[in-house]
Write a protein that binds this ligand. Structure first.
Ligand code: AVI
Length: 326
């Protein structure tokens, strides 16, 4: 435990370091080339993602925030007084503020992220605005086990209901088998009476979905090409980003938007000293964004030992929030 201004604690759980070079080389060596989307988020990538959330076609963020505001009183009633909010992958400060403002005198908030600097800064900013709230920050990879009982929380916070908050439909970016694994991991943080509050985007028309993931201003395309630029810069690569065309399409059979970069011509390139070929029209698979119905998500949650207590669906573009209990 180290002291940090305004924080009750900062703990570094030493998440295993990601191996950018090995992961990128492995992805480029697959028959269907694929890059892990977790590497999108360098400084420029995080800035571009924020810009995506402001595009008129990308309904996801605004819809979820409106829904969260609308259901605030119901969330407060379900959480009761003195809840402890735990947020894996602490991301959007506006969403967590919306939740904290809705709850009846929450006892504590614990933010966690794989980047220690990021989570510490985000939690310190929150602490400055919520001076009475016990706030802790954890450098942790939320796909790994975590013993919540071992956190240095006050006695009051230990007694509070735990509400794990996982907004943004981030769960949709995982392959279903990994989404199930993640739900099972989050399930281990919960005792009887605790809850997982999770946002999931829903199926809708292919037009709406394809526009949301390929905005007119080209921000999502730039977000994808930024990972190519990062590979060229950090791994001494020479991929011609100009010869890659971004494409997003709805796959109804797998209920997901799939994002690709397509080669406009044959290309030979090297990354970290290794040679690769990509043929004209061949693609690099960049990301998936799964879309659910209430039933498909509840089935997945049930497999992870989580039952739906309550679900809310936004009135406009359908997006759902779920209150799940063990
Ligand atoms: C972070 N995640 C929920 C986004 C999504 O909607 O799947 C990532 C994204 N990729 C392109 N646009 C948004």
């Amino acid at each position: 435990t180290g002291e940090a201004s305004g924080l009750s604690f900062y703990e570094d759980m030493h998440p295993p370091a990601a191996d950018f070079r090995a992961d990128i080389l492995a992805g480029l060596s697959k028959p269907q080339k694929a890059l892990p989307p977790k590497y999108y988020y360098d400084e420029e990538g995080s800035r571009l993602f924020d810009a995506i959330t402001e595009q008129p076609e990308y309904y996801v963020t605004g819809t979820e925030l409106d829904l969260l505001r609308a259901i605030g009183p119901e969330l407060a009633a379900l959480a009761g007084k003195g809840a402890v909010v735990l947020e894996p992958g602490a991301g959007s400060s506006v969403k967590i503020r919306t939740l904290l403002d809705a709850l009846h005198s929450p006892a504590a908030y614990v933010g966690m992220d794989i980047s220690g600097d990021h989570v510490r800064a985000a939690c310190e900013a929150l602490a400055a605005d919520y001076p009475g709230l016990e706030i802790g920050a954890l450098c942790h990879d939320f796909t790994q086990a975590l013993d919540i009982d071992a956190l240095p929380l006050s006695a009051e916070a230990r007694a509070g209901r735990r509400v794990v908050f996982f907004p943004g439909s981030t769960i949709g970016n995982f392959e279903l088998i990994d989404a199930l694994g993640l739900l099972k991991t989050l399930r281990t943080w919960l005792r009887d009476g605790d809850a997982l509050l999770i946002g999931t985007d829903m199926r809708k028309s292919s037009e709406t979905l394809e526009a949301a993931y390929d905005d007119k201003a080209g921000v999502t395309a730039a977000f994808n090409l930024n990972l190519i630029a990062r590979i060229n810069r950090e791994l001494d690569g020479n991929i011609d980003a100009e010869a890659l065309q971004y494409r997003a399409f709805w796959n109804p059979y797998r209920s997901r938007v799939e994002m690709y970069l397509e080669a406009l011509r044959d290309m030979h390139f090297t990354v970290a000293g290794k040679s690769f070929v990509i043929r004209k029209h061949e693609t690099i698979h960049m990301e998936n964004s799964h879309k659910f119905t209430l039933d498909t998500f509840h089935d997945l949650a049930a497999k992870a030992g989580l039952q739906s207590r309550k679900a809310w669906v936004s009135a406009h573009e359908p997006f759902s929030m779920h209150w799940l209990e063990p």
